[in-house]
Design a protein around this ligand. Structure first.
Ligand SMILES: Nc1ncnc2c1ncn2[C@@H]1O[C@H](COP(=O)(O)OP(=O)(O)O)[C@@H](O)[C@H]1O
Ligand SMILES: [Mg+2]
Length: 231
């Protein structure tokens, strides 16, 4: 599903060079729920940005579903993201002036192959699934953090992407809301067979992952199957 070969990302700040990713090679299988762990500054967000087509590597190769993403132009990248990828950010990144329903509908509307009726139904389904249909006309600021994160997950999966990326989605949530988000990911992974790549720094999140990659200084230091969840 995702093949990463010798990925490097170097940030140059004047004379200083930061090797945010320093030769990452990794295969991610279809349907896998992968956890990426590691200390702050180890390169987790950088890796997720590269995989989510939000930024470009300095060198190395990423192949997603048979497509070498370095061959895509900006328009193709946008379409690739819209049809195939979903992204959940730590700080939710909802549009503040749009209602819950409008936020979730946005990526579905941008697709050119769905009728208004189709994307309205898709949005209703997903809002029902996350238990937020009764809040569909609310603005993000009228919701709790946990509710906002559920809406941002709904937005990320409304187009039924093949791969869902999530960067520390529980960082600003208490344990109960974190569990709700992780349970939702597990459900999506099991029901929709979606590949999920999630960054986390909380040890107890390990219980949810099929496989755990650890990063340190931009390198993979361990890669292990979680026996408990392997299938
Ligand atoms: N835009 C940037 N410019 C310069 N350095 C950056 C930039 N983004 C990240 N870095 C550096 O790259 C390294 C990895 O950062 P990051 O991927 O955000 O780590 P993590 O998500 O694991 O905390 C850090 O040393 C960070 O300071
Ligand atoms: Mg980060």
């Amino acid at each position: 599903m995702i093949e990463i070969t010798d990925l490097q990302k170097i940030y140059r700040m004047g004379d200083v060079e930061v090797r945010a990713l320093d030769g990452v090679t990794l295969d991610i299988a279809k349907g896998e729920f992968l956890g990426i762990m590691g200390a702050s500054g180890s390169g987790k967000t950088t890796l997720l940005h590269m995989l989510g087509l939000l930024d470009e590597p300095t060198s190395g190769k990423i192949i997603i579903d048979g497509t070498d993403i370095s061959t895509l132009n900006d328009y193709d990248k946008t379409m690739f993201r819209l049809y195939k990828l979903g992204y959940v950010f730590q700080d939710y990144a909802l549009v503040p002036d749009l209602t819950v329903r409008e936020n979730v509908t946005l990526p579905a509307m941008l697709r050119k192959d769905l009728t208004e009726g189709q994307y309205r139904d898709a949005c209703t389904d997903i809002l029902t699934k996350i238990g937020m249909l009764d809040r569909q006309d609310h603005l993000p600021r009228e919701l709790s953090g946990g509710q906002q994160q559920r809406v941002s997950i709904a937005r990320a999966i409304v187009n039924k992407p093949d791969i869902l990326f999530a960067d520390e989605p529980c960082a600003n949530l208490d344990t109960e809301n974190s569990r709700m988000v992780l349970d939702l990911f597990r459900e999506i992974n099991e029901e929709m067979k979606q590949t999920i790549v999630m960054v986390s720094h909380e040890d107890w999140h390990k219980d949810y992952f099929h496989r755990i990659i650890r990063l340190r200084d931009g390198k993979v230091t361990s890669d292990g199957i979680n026996d408990r969840n392997a299938h």
